[in-house]
Design a protein around this ligand. Structure first.
Ligand SMILES: C[S@@+](CC[C@H](N)C(=O)[O-])C[C@H]1O[C@@H](n2cnc3c(N)ncnc32)[C@H](O)[C@@H]1O
Length: 269
């Protein structure tokens, strides 16, 4: 098994009093991914469509998964294309959880239901051999695990500016601040990682001031799909796809819905 080491490129030390210190990968996986419900099926459907659309326009891509947390559902559709994936998160605990899965270690989270669902959507076999094969494909496509910080103007360091053909960022930028002005800056920081002509895939919770993980609540800022679209347009992105759904558990987890966008960066930056 190829070993993947954590790349120590953290660009700044964790902020003191950081709201993310108590984030527990297992509690998060349990809260949001233990059940393949309506929301998660909508996410998988969006990712399936978005990658199919991107790969009608491009042959191969360098992908950055930004703030990927301890989750891998977002790579299942991507992995079938000619891609090289850098996976990033702010917390080492999350990257260790990803490393555990990439190395097929005991105690890793099972994405089996998600693999089956995506393969079914693709209209191919979803039996155990096919699921193992796709899992193996994901493991071969993830090239590096990186530390990122959306609060830095260059979240991965200056060398990574405009480096990626595709940046995928899901439930991160609206989920790490309560301040709309800061959210605007976070979008700008992450948008700078996309090369001109490249793509941004983003899923976000809407209407939240916090969200639940087990018995804790984490900070959020109450964005809307229109606000997100406006901000991306200001950053020279044109919208290719936008979709919103209502939250599956209204009032229980802290948000009223989920929005999903695929946008392409213009050549004027
Ligand atoms: C709600 S989780 C989303 C995880 C995953 N992307 C998903 O789709 O479920 C928020 C993620 O943001 C990460 N995060 C916290 N502070 C961050 C920062 N300053 N820069 C980038 N990511 C951060 C957390 O470690 C966590 O993985």
């Amino acid at each position: 098994m190829r070993s993947i080491t954590l790349d120590p490129i953290r660009v700044s030390p964790a902020l003191s009093g950081d709201a993310f210190e108590p984030f527990n990968p297992q509690a998060y996986l349990q809260e949001y991914y233990s059940h393949l419900g309506e929301e998660n099926r909508a996410l998988l459907h969006f990712l399936h469509e978005a990658y199919a659309c991107i790969f009608t326009e491009t042959d191969s891509a360098r992908i950055l998964e930004f703030g990927g947390g301890p989750t891998l559902y977002q790579l299942i559709s991507a992995a079938k294309y000619p891609v090289a994936i850098d996976f990033s998160d702010y917390l080492d605990e999350n990257l260790r959880e990803i490393q555990k899965w990439l190395q097929n270690q005991p105690g890793m989270f099972s994405w089996d239901d998600y693999l089956r669902y995506v393969l079914d959507q693709e209209g191919v076999s979803s039996d155990v051999r096919a699921r193992d094969k796709r899992a193996h494909l994901i493991r071969t496509k993830v090239r590096r695990l990186l530390a990122c910080d959306a609060k830095q103007a260059d979240p991965l360091g200056a060398n990574y500016r405009a480096r990626y053909d595709i940046v995928s960022v899901n439930f991160v930028l609206e989920s790490i601040t309560t301040d709309m002005v800061e959210w605007d800056r976070l979008i700008e920081h992450v948008a700078s990682l996309v090369r001109p002509g490249g793509y941004l895939l983003m899923c976000a919770i809407t209407g939240a001031t916090s969200y639940r993980v087990g018995d804790r609540f984490f900070p959020a800022v109450p964005i809307t799909l229109d606000r997100l679209e406006g901000k991306l347009q200001q950053q020279h992105f044109s919208m290719m796809y936008r979709h919103a759904i209502e939250a599956e558990h209204q009032n229980l987890q802290g948000y009223d819905g989920i929005c999903m966008v695929l946008a392409r960066k213009g050549y004027v930056a």
